[in-house]
Design a protein. Structure first.
Length: 127
């Protein structure tokens, strides 16, 4: 089963459209298999594995707000039969995913501070 995380749906905001592949379509790990649109952005949906789409959630297409309301159950997107065996270690656990997000947020905060410092230096030199 493939979907988006609660964090991702929260960052997107109100989801208004989702495009998913047809049954039998091939998806390739690391490549887009569809898209998701909110008032804020349009984002590609990236396949976590290579394989064949065996099911798709037409309810999510008809009522995309389902993804916001219940991303881990009713808001699933597609089911994929993997073409190759893969080790679960190839995917992130929930804890690893959350740790990655925390690192990204820390890096963004650091970049913002550096930009603010650069702006202060720039404006001080002009005065």
């Amino acid at each position: 089963m493939v979907g988006i995380s609660d964090y991702a749906q929260d960052e997107l905001g109100e989801i208004i459209f989702v495009e998913l592949p047809e049954l039998g379509a091939e998806v390739v790990r690391g490549e887009p298999f569809g898209s998701i649109e909110s008032a804020k952005a349009v984002e590609d949906l990236i396949a976590p594995t290579t394989g064949t789409v065996t099911r798709r959630n037409d309810e999510a297409i008809d009522a995309p707000e389902t993804i916001n309301e219940d991303p881990y159950a009713a808001g699933w997107l597609i089911a994929v039969k993997p073409k190759e065996a893969y080790a679960p270690d190839d995917l992130l656990t929930y804890e690893q995913y959350m740790a990655t997000l925390e690192l990204e947020e820390e890096e963004e905060e650091l970049e913002e501070l550096e930009m603010e410092e650069d702006e202060e230096l720039f404006f001080e030199e002009e005065e």
